[in-house]
Design a binder for this molecule. Structure first.
Ligand code: GDP
Length: 688
């Protein structure tokens, strides 16, 4: 949240082309109307070339005939998979370079370097700047052209991870190799640097040129080398694999005890940059006593000195996360507080497009959300209309399965707590949120002032407000959210969102437990690479524990497996019932406002949890009725915007997937094409 300050003034409209929607459930609800999605999904299309759609072959045969369009003029004919790899590589290069170089240059380098984005970046940068690289790239044209956009503030702090104040942090295992550091510190604006942190997606991007097994130069990749491409899906481990016998615990009872009878709630705060998210939540934490007077005083003095007095509450969250200056993790926002009936894990999900991969990871773990909107005249409109983050975030969290939403209509002090303004905003948002799939009865509007603290933890007694508002304050609303059902009885699953080396033996992984529970000493299977490891330690909010269960955001210390084999996106599971690796599956998808019809062989990037993998639409099975699911047309020649369809997806390499009906969170995915989200879907059948 407060990290947004670094990108204030940036043009989000132009930038929004990445990871905007993720895993929209199309199985049981149809929450995104294509018309709604249309308003933002292709906001950046104008800077992309429009592909020439080839004619769809009328043949009915089952043979794959890639008819996908070529969008980026690759320097030679590429098969669909290579195109997907190219797009993936271009996405990553664009995240670093913005629009500084034309597509043709990037494409040529990407192809030359076998779609290894690090090598390709090195190549274009060394071609472009024979002189030592400047500290920051010139602003991409889109930012420089902004009417009132100030230059992006550049961080000048020393980025050496260990040099920041605070307790020493474990060295990150990934994205910290020397070549990477050098590249980033020399040429990348700090803002962009965050986007290419070791947190981003993992498997699938650093695909070696076809034919070779492993990248030649693994030190050039931000991530650990991807697992070798298996010829066949890895064998399921024998049920005999297992660790020490678990000391039997009644997890439900233990959870009750541990949580003092309170329910666990994972809450993500979303909204347009500058809406006041950090201030609101920082102030709430302060009022709840999570920050002591002395610390608050220090923030006030320091923020004043920095000429940012109004940010003092926003600093609370940064400080709580301890990693704000490193700007590299999504864990930074993880903090907790209690209400009378809930234990809340608050997730600081960055909002700017550059951080959307991090936001997706955060939002994917959320049960409920607080959407913060700025009530000031013009500001609400800026966030809500044309390309603002309000819509994107609303759609994003709904796509990720969040159904309950509190809307903090913030900065009400700026509009003298006017009822009319509150109602105007509520009704505009209400209309949109309904289209996005939220039930009216699950959306709650609360007038707030993050700065003055009004209506945050206690009901305001400001006469201007009490004259017309008698509803809940924000904390009361958070307290009244319905806690989700935890899948404690299901086989253990945790999708890894970070991997780093700790000081002791073994290494650490973090993530939210999606299902089941884990105890220290447990043997787990990591998929991929389908190897067993042992849980040596478990921490929850930095407190060591013997066990943790579904819903917990934990850090697990693992031994018995090489850290190099574990990357973000791997799923740790119960060895007796591991997640399946799958490279061909059927899925029900909802197509957004696509400009190019999807045809057989269409290259896409499959985004699944924190994973991206080049893939193709292998078969168009049928067009379905949006509500009833009834087959409207078998074997369609192409799919167009707004359609619901059953398709068969072929991934380049196997990815760990679940059927949506078994594990909703692990059965959702989204499809991207040239940096835009074109569809969201759910896995209905695994083929192989
Ligand atoms: P974020 O980017 O959404 O996290 O927004 P910040 O919390 O960083 O706030 C952006 C600016 O809005 C800061 O200058 C805040 O002081 C200001 N701000 C936040 N909440 C309020 C509020 O309720 N009233 C007023 N007047 N200003 C606010």
């Amino acid at each position: 949240m407060s990290r947004h300050r670094n990108v204030r003034g940036y043009n989000y409209d132009e930038d929004f082309d990445d990871d905007d929607l993720y895993g929209q459930s199309v199985d049981d609800d149809y929450c995104i109307s294509p018309a709604t999605a249309a308003q933002f999904i292709y906001s950046s299309r104008d800077r992309q070339q429009h592909p020439n759609v080839e004619r769809v072959d009328e043949e009915e045969d089952e043979e794959m005939t890639p008819t996908s369009p070529s969008t980026v003029d690759p320097p030679g004919p590429l098969d669909p998979l290579e195109q997907a790899q190219l797009f993936s590589c271009l996405d990553q290069m664009r995240a670093v370079l913005g629009d500084a170089l034309p597509d043709s240059v990037l494409s040529a380098a990407a192809v030359r370097c076998g779609f290894d984005h690090q090598k390709a970046l090195d190549a274009v940068l060394s071609e472009e700047s024979p002189n030592p690289a400047p500290l920051a790239l010139p602003l991409p044209p889109r930012a420089a052209n902004q009417d009132k956009a100030p230059p992006l503030p550049q961080r000048t702090t020393n980025r050496e991870p260990s040099s920041s104040a605070g307790p020493p942090r474990p060295e990150k295992a990934k994205g910290r190799d020397l070549s990477q550091n050098k590249l980033e510190s020399e040429v990348v604006p700090k803002v962009a640097r965050m986007t290419v942190s070791g947190k981003k997606q993992t498997m699938g991007f650093d695909v070696p040129p076809s034919g070779t097994g492993v990248p030649e130069d693994v030190t050039m990749t931000t991530e650990a080398p991807p697992p070798r491409r298996p010829e066949t899906p890895p064998p399921r481990p024998s049920p005999a694999v297992g660790g020490k016998t678990k000391q039997h615990i009644n997890v439900k009872m233990e959870l009750e005890k541990r949580q003092g009878g309170k329910a666990l709630l994972n809450l993500v705060v979303i909204g347009h940059v500058d809406a006041g998210k950090s201030t609101l939540m920082g102030h709430l934490l302060y009022l709840l006593g999570c920050v002591n007077q002395r610390t608050m005083h220090r923030y006030q003095t320091e923020s004043k000195k920095a000429g940012k007095a109004s940010f003092c509450y926003a600093w609370v969250l940064d400080e709580t996360g301890e990693e704000r200056d490193r700007g590299v993790t999504m864990d930074v926002g993880l903090t907790k507080f209690e209400t009378s009936s809930k234990l809340v894990t608050l997730m600081d999900a960055p909002g700017h497009k550059d951080f959307i991969p991090n936001m997706i990871t955060g939002a994917a773990q959320a049960d409920v959300a607080v959407l913060v909107v700025d009530a000031s005249r013009g500001e609400f409109e800026a966030g809500f209309e044309a390309g603002g983050q309000t819509r994107e975030h609303g759609l994003l969290v709904r796509s990720l399965g969040v159904t309950q939403l509190a809307v903090a209509v913030n900065k009400m002090d700026q509009v003298s707590w006017q009822q009319e303004r509150f109602q105007e905003i509520s009704s505009k948002l209400g209309h949109f949120l309904k289209q996005a799939g939220f039930k009216d009865s699950d959306v709650f509007y609360i007038p707030t002032s993050g700065l003055s603290g009004e209506n945050l933890v206690t009901r305001s007694d400001a006469p201007q407000l009490t004259a017309w508002y008698t509803g809940r304050c924000l904390l009361e609303q958070i307290d009244s959210f319905k806690p989700p059902q935890r899948c404690i009885d299901k086989p253990f699953r945790i999708c890894i969102s970070d991997v780093f080396k700790d000081q002791g033996s073994g290494f650490c992984v973090t993530g939210k437990i999606e299902a089941g529970f884990v105890q220290t000493g447990d043997r787990l299977t990591a998929v991929p690479p389908n190897e067993t490891c042992t849980v040596k330690g478990i921490t929850l909010h930095d407190e060591p524990l013997d066990w943790a269960a579904a819903g917990d955001h934990v850090c697990l210390t693992l031994t018995g497996v090489d850290i190099i084999k574990i990357s973000v996106g791997c799923v740790l599971c119960d060895p007796k019932e591991p997640i399946r690796m799958c490279s061909r599956f059927r899925a029900r998808i909802l197509l957004f406002n696509i400009e190019v019809p999807v045809t057989q062989g269409f290259p896409v990037l499959l985004h699944y949890q924190t994973v991206s993998e080049p893939a193709t639409i292998r078969k168009l099975v049928s067009v379905l009725h949006k509500s009833s699911g009834e087959v409207l047309k078998k074997k369609p020649k192409c799919l167009t915007k707004g359609q619901n369809a059953l398709v068969e997806v072929q991934t380049h390499r196997p990815v760990p997937l679940e059927l949506y009906k078994d594990f909703k969170e692990l059965g959702r995915f989204m499809l991207r094409y040239v940096g835009s989200t074109i569809a969201a879907g759910v896995v209905t059948e695994m083929k192989d």
